[in-house]
Design a protein around this ligand. Structure first.
Ligand SMILES: Nc1ncnc2c1ncn2[C@@H]1O[C@H](COP(=O)(O)OP(=O)(O)OP(=O)(O)O)[C@@H](O)[C@H]1O
Ligand SMILES: [Mg+2]
Length: 211
């Protein structure tokens, strides 16, 4: 476990190839496994990921940093902010301090989700100066989505820690992403019958790094 934990820098950004791809599930597993702090800078709509994660992990409040923006509508942040009459600017964000060994920052949706008229999640990652863990589906369609996200991260010169695949194991897709994307696979999270601290711990302990 110590060995696997050392694969992760102190702070990193969890993004995904899409919305609903499992960023929060993966973040919950990593938060439990790494004893990390968790921060979702922009939340659009309810239930809030921070609350889901708190509920699932049963970790105490010291692991959770309040969102910078909690928007009421379940929309892209640029649209949700407009409805709430809020302006989002990169200068609104500052990497929070934590006493935990790691800080996990979860984005909204994927890399090219707009925050305002000009800037997107990928700009926030660069602004916060964080390396990226990319969560991708394990099944059909993932190769295209994952390689597009990797290409975008490389264009922006953002360091990629690797990919975590969420869903039923798919060896062929995993190897394709490793080969064509030239990225490490940080691990695979299989479907959990229930998401709670025991199942998340067990999943973390099963993670296997494939360079
Ligand atoms: N490995 C898994 N096992 C069981 N359920 C899962 C797993 N991964 C994701 N889910 C469920 O699928 C749904 C979407 O996952 P999740 O909320 O983690 O996606 P997300 O990428 O964080 O979405 P968003 O873009 O809204 O932040 C949730 O209900 C979650 O509990
Ligand atoms: Mg989420």
């Amino acid at each position: 476990m110590t060995d696997y934990s050392s694969r992760f820098p102190r702070s990193f950004f969890v993004t995904g190839t899409d919305t609903d791809v499992g960023k929060t599930a993966v973040s919950a597993m990593l938060t439990v496994g790494l004893g990390a702090a968790y921060w979702k800078p922009v939340q659009s709509g309810l239930p809030a990921d921070t609350d889901s994660l708190r509920q699932a992990t049963q970790l105490d409040d010291s692991h959770f940093i309040p969102e910078r923006f909690r928007l009421t509508q379940p929309l892209s942040p640029h649209a949700a902010a407009a409805i709430d009459g809020v302006q989002i600017a990169l200068t609104d964000f500052q990497l929070p301090a934590t006493e935990k060994p790691h800080l996990i920052v979860e984005g909204a949706g994927g890399l090219l989700v707009p925050l305002n008229q000009r800037e997107m999640i990928i700009d926030l990652i660069r602004y916060l100066n964080l390396p990226v863990c990319l969560v991708a589906r394990s099944g059909l369609g993932t190769i295209n989505h994952t390689l597009l996200s990797i290409a975008q991260l490389r264009r922006a010169n953002l360091p990629i820690l690797g990919v975590i695949l969420n869903g039923e194991r798919n060896l062929s897709n995993r190897e394709a992403i490793r080969h064509y994307g030239q990225v490490p696979i940080l691990g695979e999270l299989e479907p959990l019958s229930a998401i709670n601290s025991d199942t998340l711990k067990e999943a973390f302990n099963k993670l296997e790094y494939l360079s």
